[in-house]
Design a protein around this ligand. Structure first.
Ligand SMILES: *Cc1c(COP(=O)(O)O)cnc(C)c1O
Length: 407
């Protein structure tokens, strides 16, 4: 089954980086089995965004970048400027150099570097020692600076600049863009995680539509859909996009079922409470309300582009973030997250990443094992005999080499 987007959404240009089939969803049989004995039954699945693209180190950033590329390749890019720019820098022509930033072990920068090479462009990445505590707490700081994603960026031929803690460029990279312009290049700035980019939320809005198709193909029990979706919340547009996309899907479905004669499955789905998207925070740097505001902004921004009314269709109640699993620092693998990473490896044969998905798995396992999924489902009026839970694997395993001493 193909992903069918409503007209407004389908018209937004997208340059494919993913395979032309959905990223796989498979069950997590051992984890589901361990969760039995509870009533309702819990059925757990994983969506493999780490297997979504043939490009290097596939992960969630490629989906976001698909919608940004048309602007990158345009003769007059609209969104090439730094987010701090007050007056837009005139756009002198198609980009020659992609510039972005991240922590030392950023997955996002690697995906931007690989994209640049595929488009025949240059890449310059700013890796910040001061973002989070990954570098500061590394047992072997020299190894941390040359292994994992740093190695990937270099292998892809990106210009890698490592910024010390407190370097003013970590707050505002505009001087780097100026420097490139002075060298005759046309830089295109992609904000960290691509979330602040005007088009950054569209990829995961489309992913929600893709998941809705996969729910049908998988013939899920219970409500017939993923009642709970656990996903990392870092810079926030992955969660924000999903929230907007599922809203759009529900809106389309309810408007079509009120006109067409509704089948019994539609009736069952109508009765089920909306899918709960749980964004698991992985950094204690900023408090939960900071992320809630951002995620809602990203959801509304994407929502406005895909045909929702951002103010009436999307509200604070759509954003559910859990900050109990952030651990001791961004980029620091705490004991509990390491246990979750090992559990997933040793029970499901699935390798997670040390910065994001290990913490999401820890959070999801907590919700499952402590009965929180069931209690929350019942509270929401979900009385099925089976509750379906989806874990979104957003990639990032290339960072593991830099965490060799901890894992
Ligand atoms: C960037 C990233 C995330 C977080 O996604 P956001 O959209 O920034 O919230 C999660 N997992 C991995 C592996 C990532 O690289």
């Amino acid at each position: 089954m193909a992903v069918v987007l409503p007209e407004v959404f389908a018209q937004i240009p997208r340059y494919p980086l993913l395979y032309n089939h959905s990223s796989p969803i498979h069950s997590l049989p051992r984890t589901s089995q361990r969760a039995t004995g509870t009533s309702p039954r819990l059925a757990l699945f994983a969506k493999r965004e780490d297997q979504s693209s043939p490009l290097a180190c596939a992960g969630n950033k490629y989906r976001k970048l698909e919608y940004i590329i048309p602007d990158i390749l345009s003769a007059s890019p609209q969104h090439h400027d730094h987010e701090h720019a007050e007056t837009p820098t005139p756009s002198p022509g198609a980009a020659t150099t992609l510039v972005t930033e991240g922590a030392v072990q950023s997955n996002h920068t690697v995906q931007v570097s690989a994209l640049a090479r595929q488009l025949g462009l240059n890449a310059l990445v700013l890796l910040q020692k001061g973002t989070g505590a990954g570098f500061r707490t590394a047992r072997d700081p020299d190894a941390f600076l040359r292994s994992g994603n740093v190695q990937m960026n270099r292998m892809l031929g990106a210009e890698v600049r490592i910024l010390d803690e407190g370097d003013p460029l970590s707050r505002d990279a505009r001087p780097v863009l100026e420097e490139l312009r002075a060298r005759g290049q046309r830089p295109y700035w992609i904000p960290g995680g691509a979330s602040m980019h005007a088009l950054g939320g569209l990829g995961y809005a489309r992913a929600a539509m893709e998941i809705a198709v996969q729910e049908k193909e998988l013939r899920l029990g219970g409500s017939g859909r993923f009642d709970y979706v656990f996903v990392a919340c870092g810079s926030g547009s992955t969660v924000g996009g999903l929230v907007a996309g599922f809203k759009l899907y529900e809106k389309m479905r309810t408007s079509s079922s009120s006109t067409a004669s509704s089948s019994s499955t539609t009736a069952a789905a109508t009765a089920a409470p909306p899918r709960q998207i749980i964004g698991v925070l992985n950094s204690p740097t900023n408090p939960k309300p900071y992320h809630e505001t951002r995620v809602l902004t990203f959801a509304r921004r994407a929502g406005a582009l895909i045909g929702l009314d951002p103010e009436t269709d999307l509200g604070a109640e759509d954003v559910r973030l859990d900050d109990r699993f952030v651990g001791t620092g961004y980029g620091v693998l705490d004991v509990e997250a390491r246990e979750a990473l090992e559990t997933m490896a040793r029970t499901e044969g699935m390798i997670l990443d040390p910065v994001y998905t290990a913490k999401v798995a820890r959070g999801m396992l907590h919700w499952v094992q402590q009965g929180e999924v069931v209690a929350d489902a019942r509270r929401n009026g979900n009385h099925s005999d089976e509750v379906n839970v989806l874990f979104i694997h957003t990639g990032g395993q290339a960072a593991l080499g830099a965490y060799a001493d901890v894992v």
